[in-house]
Design a protein around this ligand. Sequence first.
Ligand SMILES: Cc1ncc(COP(=O)(O)O)c(C=O)c1O
Length: 426
Amino acid sequence: MTVSTLLQRRHKVLGDQSPLFYDEPLHLVRGEGVWLYDINGKRYLDVYNNVPSVGHCHPHVVAALSNQAAKLNIHTRYLDEGIVAYAERLTATFADPLDAVMFTCTGSEANELALRIARFASGGHGVIVSDYNYHGNSTSLAEVTTALPAPEPFGRHARAVPIPNLYHAKQGVSADQLAEEYAAKVAGAIASLKADGIKPAALLIDTLFANEGLPRLPAGFVDKAVALIREAGGLFIADEVQAGFARTGEHLWGHQAHKVVPDIVTLGKPMGNGHPLAGLVSSRELIESFGRNAMYFNTFGGSPVAAAVGMAVLDVIENEQLLANAHQVGAHVHTRLQKLAEKHAIIGDVRGKGLFFAMELVRDRASKEPAGAEARIIVNTMRENGVLISKIGPADNILKLRPPLVFSIANADLFVDTLDHVLSRL
Ligand SMILES: Cc1ncc(COP(=O)(O)O)c(C=O)c1O
């Protein structure tokens, strides 16, 4: 079957707006570790996918999934030791008072639930987010989304505050000043909510600001904003759907870099290595008080199979020392990308940590005019050269580089050499 025939069939049943990557969509049929294979047997190095975080089709995860599926899989209102053991192990990785968990199937559900809990606990409704955010596809989240188009208007109860970015800061403005400016804007957002008679419920941010394009952040700006939202009676929801599970190579969780303990942490994508497993971690006190007032039930969230898969993912992270691998291989990639920036003027900025990089492409380093069209060509040409990457940002000019955590130095060299080759022929 040709790509165009399958595409036509897809359009007929999924609609022609159902999103796909690349100018010519990729028909993948198999994955293994950091490799993906298309219908013609062509092999691609995966430098994009964070969901199969411990590697595509990891045998330990596949075995855990199939063994449990062959034994029992049922909805979540029966006693099951697997989910309790998984919850114990997962919550043990968080600081006090984050000692309890609620399971869902998607990051959207986790953030939606976090908003419900924050609104219940604070008695407020207002939400402060970043000015280029995506936290999920429910109605409440669509009302606060700024990064993707949505028919729901931006909520009267929402305020979008730009995340500080040292790369785009005016000359002479220090990191401390940027952090102060952010805090002042959050204070302004709280005041503006109150002026409209809306009590703040939450500050909801991604701890890496992945969809924002991994901005170059000033130190210590999140804790100031967290103090302000708490003073106003709201909660801090840390979205770790992209940042969590060792991605940053520094800590298991992104919020640890900000030296602040959130009220609620939301989890997703890499949690089940592709199996739909997500959830939130908070204090037992908060979860129980919400539960006494709301009967929250999720048919599939935290099923026996989900628990077995989640446990196997944690095994692999630990056994294969993927946090350390993300740190070491990430540092190697970072150094090589910075060298590449000395050679190719289009690279305005290289940033990121662990195995998550953003490369901002510009037409002119002084004006920083975004090179969006060029980014598109690069992403598609990389794919033709057997390497999968993507792009993000308001001007679509930031390469998004985020391989599975089992990425090796040899994989890293192949990726950077291919990027060098593609940039040289641009
Ligand atoms: C930061 C962040 N939060 C939440 C979500 C929503 O997760 P899901 O697609 O599993 O609903 C996404 C998805 O891209 C995300 O990037």
